[in-house]
Design a protein around this ligand. Structure first.
Ligand SMILES: Cc1cc2nc3c(=O)[nH]c(=O)nc-3n(C[C@H](O)[C@H](O)[C@H](O)COP(=O)(O)OP(=O)(O)OC[C@H]3O[C@@H](n4cnc5c(N)ncnc54)[C@H](O)[C@@H]3O)c2cc1C
Length: 374
């Protein structure tokens, strides 16, 4: 049995940033995760402007950014032609590169425990975290950062509210262009505005060219089946003019297809436990807001709430609920949800309002592109 002030369960982006920030403040803590290195999974693969700003606010950003791929411009294309070149500095990466960089650079080895959490016995007076090897941790506060893994929340009486089941489909793959692309990142909009495709994005990572396709198909849709067996033909069928912009390309690996649910947990009776990142609520990958939520949760919690709770020695559910009602957190969480629904309507909704929105978006970017000669 080992004692810490804070036990962070789960070392994804949210948990690792939280651990790193507590370390900087000298707060006693442990980060528990079953994997020494975060594996190569299909997740967030770029940091946008807001995410970069939040990371800078954590004070952890600079050495982490050095390990990622900087990108300067975003091209936007449709109907086989370039619509606009937008100056938009950001970073491309594989999710594991970013998480492992935070862990390696900022989380000392002695604060990392390679183990899996089996259960949490929580109360307002102290928490016991049981690990699968039979050992346990005594702690004042548990930070649940276990991502989409739902077992522990249910254990401590939290309830999941499903906001939008099978909200969208995220499809990721590496591709090899026949001739090197001229762009760093390109977003390709659907050629048929009545289809279910939201957009396709290409970007450079240290491992080569990567593409993410977002849409609202059912995973049994014939198009999705074709994407699995003949990905190049399926993409060209979906976007007949795509090769006018990117030329010939090949895909040598199996596409990674992830159906996404939008959910949020209800705090219920969770004395002594606070949830962050995907362990609190999920996001639509096409909206690109999950990482914003994860970084912001870790930032607000570690900077302001945890030091205050430790000083006051209060860890009851009412005290902890102040975090879920934090102004910046609720703004960011609500914006994430709004963007998830906006993107869906922008793609699927055929009412006059959304048809007009689609036209306006295209007209706006075309005009900006013409004005800047792009
Ligand atoms: C396909 C896809 C594409 C996405 N694209 C984007 C994007 O473009 N932009 C964007 O902003 N967001 C995107 N997201 C969302 C974003 O990746 C997530 O919101 C973010 O990574 C969540 O981080 P996290 O730390 O909360 O969870 P995770 O990164 O999932 O970390 C959870 C950690 O908990 C650990 N864990 C689980 N159970 C236990 C246990 N019992 N004991 C100990 N440890 C445990 C796991 O090992 C893992 O390390 C995407 C998501 C998906 C699925």
């Amino acid at each position: 049995m080992t004692d810490y002030d804070v036990a962070i369960l789960g070392g994804g982006l949210a948990g690792s940033i939280c651990a790193a920030m507590l370390h900087k403040q000298g707060i006693s803590h442990v980060l528990v995760d079953p994997r020494e290195e975060y594996p190569n999974e299909f997740r967030c693969e770029k940091f946008n402007r807001q995410q970069i700003e939040l990371l800078i606010e954590t004070g952890l950003a600079e050495p982490v950014f050095k390990e990622l791929t900087p990108v300067k411009d975003v091209w936007m294309a449709r109907f086989g032609r370039l619509v606009r070149k937008q100056h938009y500095p950001h970073y491309g990466f594989s999710y594991n590169e970013a998480v492992n960089a935070v862990r390696r650079i900022h989380v000392p080895k002695e604060n990392f425990l390679l183990n899996t959490v089996k259960s949490v016995k929580n109360s307002a007076d102290g928490q016991m975290v049981e690990l699968t090897d039979g050992s346990s941790i005594n702690t004042k506060l548990v930070v649940l950062a276990t991502g989409a893994n739902t077992g522990l929340q249910r254990d401590i009486g939290m309830h999941q509210e499903m906001l939008s089941e099978r909200h969208c489909l995220a499809i990721g793959f590496n591709l090899e262009p026949k001739s090197e692309f001229e762009f760093d990142t390109m977003t390709y909009w659907p050629e048929n505005s009545y289809g279910k495709m939201s957009y396709l994005t290409f970007f450079r990572t240290s491992g080569g060219w990567r593409a993410n396709l977002f849409g609202y198909w059912n995973s049994k849709d014939p198009l999705v089946r074709k994407l699995m067996t003949e990905p190049v033909n399926a993409l060209v069928e979906m976007m007949p003019s795509l090769r006018n912009v990117i030329g010939d390309f090949s895909i040598s690996e199996k596409l990674r297809i992830r159906p996404i649910n939008l959910y949020q947990w209800k705090a219920g009776t969770s004395d002594g436990v606070v949830s962050i990142g995907d362990a609190w609520s999920s996001s639509c990958p096409g909206a690109g807001t999950g990482t914003t939520k994860a970084i912001n949760d870790a930032l607000q919690l570690s900077n302001r709430f945890i030091p205050q709770w430790l000083e006051d020695k209060h860890f009851d559910v009412e005290t902890i609920s102040a975090f879920y009602h934090d102004k910046k957190k609720t703004e960011i969480d609500q914006a994430s949800l709004r963007e998830a629904y906006r993107l869906r309507s922008m793609t699927l909704d055929n009412t006059p309002y959304w048809k007009a929105q689609r036209l306006l978006r295209f007209a706006y970017h075309s005009m900006r592109g013409k004005l800047s000669n792009a």
